[in-house]
Design a protein around this ligand. Structure first.
Ligand SMILES: Cc1cc2nc3c(=O)[nH]c(=O)nc-3n(C[C@H](O)[C@H](O)[C@H](O)COP(=O)(O)OP(=O)(O)OC[C@H]3O[C@@H](n4cnc5c(N)ncnc54)[C@H](O)[C@@H]3O)c2cc1C
Length: 442
């Protein structure tokens, strides 16, 4: 038995870990679990905050199923085994002159794990990583292998791109990449009212638009990234400046600030004001995968909601008022990003131009009051929670904002009638399914 814990430490479980290294090995592990009548939960890098990856009996890790299967520089199509972490995929693509068109804040997730929860970056013309999927191979609960794409089992493909780890074990993924590119980043501090007044215009005009609001201040830190060709030349941050800003200030100093704020809440407000000044301005140009991704060493818990983009200024104003009128002392910035509409049923940005609002607290701080109050505001805007982050909705609430949730659950029941891949989180968000219901009845 091993004790597993997710990145933030808010989910733990004792489980037996299976580590297959081939599609046949995955099928064997699933068939053996079925023969013993045990549940088996695939896991990626454990970077989800929610209990989505939490195993109950057996855990299936694909850390040995992480190789490159095919890379075609002509078409830009790459096929990898599903346990490959994004940082390795990015390195392989860079060597081949390719890149993913958009990435989130970090690159530690596995390919299958990132797709499962709809992992996204920011940009009004860019969808989650799942929008780049062109084909997948899944090992189903009966041990059979199913390939899906827009032309092969399209009914499964439609749903499998944001799959919650509920439909089967993803064995391989084919992604569409783009020619490698650079990003010019501009970071400055501006008043919150100014960024909200120009929100829609900037979200449309800046390729990758995001900002961080420091609670208890009227300032935000913007991070605007513009796509530029790799040639004629990059102008990355110097090594010292990169270490100073991204390691020392953003991690070591920030950790000390958060620890001080937890011990002495009265220091949070002045410390946030200092943090705004310390973060300062900078501008640089570097390879896309280096600019998209940051090092995150201070452990936290996060909730993120997607709402219609047009509603962001009003909703953000309400979140600010909520924080300022409460007695909470929030040391972590609120992060705002945007995303393009897509056609994936359980994607946060399915069918609508979206803005994302993410709230954070330190890993060991209580979050219920803050996250719960923000969640009630998000409900007024048909907010959809990120599947991999904390939220309080069950299938009743989720089906109001994800209109195809019941179709997803029906597909899950067809592909996994005994709930082999189930866990408590899936029971909550999808309903327990035929086997779960009969278990509950026993
Ligand atoms: C510091 C930090 C920064 C983050 N930044 C962002 C961000 O910028 N944008 C964003 O959208 N999210 C972000 N996230 C959330 C993260 O991207 C998602 O939670 C992602 O799903 C985690 O991937 P993982 O590989 O760790 O998967 P896990 O968390 O281990 O698992 C997630 C899901 O994938 C399933 N799964 C894993 N492998 C397989 C497989 N082979 N077959 C079937 N199912 C499988 C699991 O069962 C589970 O349902 C961040 C998280 C952290 C901790």
């Amino acid at each position: 038995m091993t004790t597993w814990s997710n990145w933030s430490g808010c989910e733990t479980a004792d489980c037996t870990v299976l580590r297959p290294s081939s599609t046949a090995g995955i099928a064997e592990a699933v068939t053996a679990a079925a023969a013993q009548g045990r549940r088996v939960r695939p896991v990626g890098s454990g970077h989800s905050f929610s209990g989505i990856a939490r195993p109950e009996e057996l855990q299936l890790s694909l850390e040995r199923h992480d190789r490159l299967r095919a890379l075609d520089t002509g078409t830009g199509l790459v096929t990898v085994e599903a346990g490959m972490p994004l940082y390795r995929l990015n390195a392989l693509l860079a060597q081949a002159g390719l890149a993913l068109p958009s990435l989130g804040d970090i690159d530690r997730q596995t390919v299958a794990g990132a797709l499962a929860t709809g992992t996204h970056g920011t940009g009004a013309r860019f969808g989650p990583i799942s929008t780049q999927v062109r084909a997948m191979e899944l090992v189903l609960a009966d041990g059979s292998v199913l390939r899906c794409s827009p032309t092969e089992n399209p009914d499964v493909f439609e749903f499998a791109r944001v799959h919650l780890g509920a439909l089967g074990v993803v064995s391989t993924v084919t992604l569409q990449t783009v020619p490698a590119f650079a990003l010019h980043a501009q970071e400055i501090s501006v008043p919150l009212s100014e960024v909200l007044a120009r929100f829609d215009e900037q979200a449309r005009e800046i390729d990758h638009f995001e900002f961080y609001w420091f609670p208890h201040t009227d300032r935000v830190q913007t991070r605007y990234k513009t796509r530029v060709p790799l040639e004629p030349g990059l102008a990355p941050l110097g090594r010292f400046r990169a270490w100073w800003d991204d390691e020392l200030l953003a991690n070591d100093v920030f950790r000390a600030v958060i620890a001080t704020g937890r011990r002495i809440p009265a220091t949070v407000m002045p410390l946030n004001r200092i943090a705004v000044r310390l973060w300062g301005s900078r501008s640089y140009t570097d390879r896309s995968e280096r600019v998209f991704v940051s090092s995150r060493r201070v452990r936290f818990k996060e909730m993120e909601y997607a709402i219609p983009r047009a509603a962001l200024p009003e909703a953000m104003g309400r979140v600010r008022d909520l924080v300022e009128k409460s007695g909470w002392r929030i040391g972590f910035p609120v992060e705002i990003r945007v995303g393009a509409p897509d056609d994936i049923p359980l994607s946060l940005s399915s069918g609508r131009e979206s803005a994302y609002i993410a709230v954070h607290v330190a890993a060991r701080s209580p979050h219920d009051a803050y996250f719960g109050a923000v969640e009630r505001v998000m409900a007024d805007y048909q907010g959809r929670p990120h599947w991999g982050k904390l939220h309080g909705l069950d299938c009743e609430g989720l089906r109001r904002v994800y209109p195809l949730l019941d179709e997803f659950a029906a597909l899950r029941d067809r592909l996994d009638p005994e709930g082999r891949f189930g866990n408590a989180y899936l029971d909550r968000v999808l309903g327990a399914g035929p086997e779960g219901r009969s278990r509950g009845a026993r």
